[in-house]
Design a protein around this ligand. Sequence first.
Ligand code: ADP
Ligand code: GN1
Ligand code: MG
Length: 370
Amino acid sequence: MMNNHLKVKEVINQFDFSGELFTIEPFGSGHINDTYLVKFKIKHMGIVPVILQRMNTKIFINPEQLMENILNVTAFLRKKIIENGGDPERETLTVILAKDGKPYCKDSDGDYWRAYHFIVGATGYDEVRTEEDFYQSGLAFGKFQNLLSDYPASTLHETIADFHNTKARFEVFKTAVEEDKMHRAKDVQDEIQFILQREDIANILTEMQENGELPLRVTHNDTKLNNILIDDKTHEGICIIDLDTVMPGLVVNDFGDSIRFGASTALEDEKDLSKVECDMHLFEVYTKGFLEGCQGKLTLSEIKALPIGAKVMTFECGMRFLTDYLQGDTYFKIQYPTHNLVRCRTQLKLVSDMEKKWNQMNEIVAKYTN
Ligand code: ADP
Ligand code: GN1
Ligand code: MG
């Protein structure tokens, strides 16, 4: 940790923070980047908080293109937020440029860092506290979709190739099982077989996209609950963050990723699987909020495919956690050796629960098709 603090101190000199460094603390529970809340004491202004992130360049191999996406997307959103009478300082991310004018800087190890205004008075949650929060997050992710519906998609860089190509991820999974680098496959046969028996889930959305049933749109692609900040006072979902994966994608995936995380009755890494279920009331609450936020922009095929999005995203996420476990935990950050396996199990439990509740999920969505 000390070493990390030294790095943060090295990096902040590359930004124009004219104040006295007050505190540095690791922040949030993201699985990808290293995030710090850094506070400065600035004369007449008091304590000014800033988010500083070491970007994960093993995963985002072109950080310069990624930051170009974020500058462009946030500039586009800022304009729309102002037009709609909102507050762009709180409703989207604001990148702080480095002294040399670039939206990132490099440290002496060659790692890339970026800084954002810290959004005060709002919180990203790892679990749904109240159904109202979940409704508000659905509304906000729907609005986000809506705001970006006329964004020029062809100008976006693909920051991770095949990010939600579940079919391609299934192949990667099979290879990880065959290679079995860490000799872990023998102990996780139930999970492996569960996934292998469901190749149809891995293929379905790719097929629906290819045959024109589902259009590509500009989507967020990582819509879990802790990637939206909820206002501490009004409880509105005020700011969508973690814009690293904004790329052309399927809207049903954005819906589905929120469901797998937020409609679960337990944390993503709950060890007691008897606590893990997909809550149908929360599923409905989110569906309502999301569709209201999208304001009629979705096609009937997209709306009807929302339950498929939920099942596919949950399946994909479980498969990704298990792939990482088999490959030696090189992708997602872990806190203990079996963390990815534990995460995989909650996702697979949710998939089997969704299979049981499949008719109910479709009936709920059908209520919102007209
Ligand atoms: P990761 O890709 O690792 O998930 P995120 O960009 O989501 O990284 O950031 C991690 C966490 O840091 C978020 O879940 C959120 O709690 C917090 N965070 C990130 N950016 C901001 C910001 N501008 N203001 C307040 N909190 C933020
Ligand atoms: C990662 O970055 P974070 O923690 O918000 C991952 C998502 C997974 C999620 C699982 C770039 O999200 O795709 O669904 O973990 N992000 C990336 O919790 O791979
Ligand atoms: Mg995140």
